[in-house]
Design a protein around this ligand. Structure first.
Ligand code: NAD
Ligand code: AKB
Length: 328
């Protein structure tokens, strides 16, 4: 699935934040590629059984720099993927928590990488790095970065830090500005784009959904298989081809909530949607409608596979099985 050039791959990878929406699936994909013992999974909380039973797992607080260091030494880690973060909606409820985890956590990762000779670090950014002054359609790679959320502020600072550690210390730090990620394996962790996941769960369980942003709210989104592919492909891209490092724009599809509901209605004609916008509307309104990801395409060959209807069919299929199995 992911052709791997020996020279581009790491030997032992540490994943921090493995139990979240992305980590739950990325950890297992990387274990398929590297072998279970070579992917060390960590999170503040316990991870799903699939992760804890298939390879090394440690409970680790990203704020514990010596804890990170001791795992890096123990497992001879040469690549770190940092997924621990407080996302936009939870971050606006508790901005100091978002600052602490997202910034002090990242600095711990980068400092351990520098001091212990870790070769490569991947730490995601987000469309939250953009703000209302950013061009809203086809947002360029190089553009205004004036986010209005604490989460977005930490993402911009994280991109700058990644490039700083690359230029000053030669650590190969890489990152992508993920759009909203949609998946059916693990629930999202408190972001603004969570409605695009919740809508499928409620469609199957109740046949209806009340959305916390308005019908015409349009955001860039991506289905998890494309997110995994992008992350793994960038992690293994040849460095000589990279002009960017920590801040790749990344796109797959963009749709309004109304269009998302119409897509579900194609397969569930009885589905109903209503709208009760809350504080997350302002966050969504500050983010772009669509993203220009030309740099990702030209520097490391990025190309998405899923569009809205293809994703909807797959999401409904998997969530229906979960519901039938009594999993939610
Ligand atoms: P998530 O909230 O689902 O998972 C984050 C994980 O970090 C959780 O398992 C949590 O337990 C863990 N964590 C929190 N505090 C920690 C701490 N102190 N120490 C160790 N672990 C801790 O997030 P996600 O959606 O998997 O996001 C992963 C990364 O991708 C984040 O950097 C996020 O900003 C970025 N991102 C995600 C999306 C998306 O739509 N999911 C979009 C853009 C960017
Ligand atoms: C959020 O909504 O906070 C995340 C993101 C786009 O970064 N899903």
């Amino acid at each position: 699935m992911y052709p791997l050039n020996e020279e581009l791959s790491m030997k032992n990878i540490l994943i921090i934040g493995c139990a979240g929406q992305i980590g739950t699936e990325l950890t297992m994909e990387l274990r398929k590629i590297y072998g279970n013992e070579h992917v060390v999974a960590t999170d503040l909380k316990e991870a799903p059984a699939s992760i804890m039973q298939s390879g090394p797992f440690h409970q680790l607080d990203i704020l514990d720099r010596e804890g990170i260091r001791s795992l890096v030494k123990k497992y001879q880690i040469d690549g770190i993927i940092n997924l621990a973060a407080i996302l936009s909606a939870v971050g606006e409820k508790n901005p100091m928590l978002a600052w602490n985890i997202n910034m002090n956590g990242l600095i711990n990762v980068l400092e351990v990488a520098r001091e212990e000779g870790v070769t490569r670090v991947l730490t995601p950014s987000s469309i939250a790095a953009f703000g209302p002054e950013t061009p809203i359609e086809n947002t360029p790679q190089e553009t205004v970065l004036k986010p209005k959320t604490m989460y977005g502020i930490t993402k911009v600072a994280g991109e700058l830090l990644g490039d700083y550690y690359f230029n000053k210390y030669g650590i190969d730090v890489r990152g992508l500005r993920y759009p909203g990620i949609i998946s059916h394996e693990a629930l999202p962790g408190g972001g603004t784009t969570d409605y695009a996941v919740a809508i499928y769960y409620d469609a199957i369980k109740y046949g209806k959904y009340t959305c916390f942003v308005k019908e015409d709210t349009k955001l860039p989104m991506m289905y998890m298989p494309d997110c995994l592919k992008a992350t793994i492909d960038l992690f293994h891209a040849e460095i000589k081809n990279l002009k960017h490092h920590s801040d790749f724009n990344l796109a797959a599809m963009s749709f309004t909530v109304g269009e998302l509901a119409e897509s579900i209605k194609k397969y569930m004609p009885q589905f109903e949607i209503s709208y009760e916008p809350d504080y997350r509307q302002a966050i969504a309104d500050s983010w772009p409608n669509s993203i220009d990801d030309t740099s990702a395409r030209s520097e490391w060959g990025w190309k998405p596979e899923y569009d809205l209807d293809k994703m909807t069919q797959d999401m409904l299929h998997h969530i229906k099985i979960k519901h039938q199995n009594g999993e939610y």
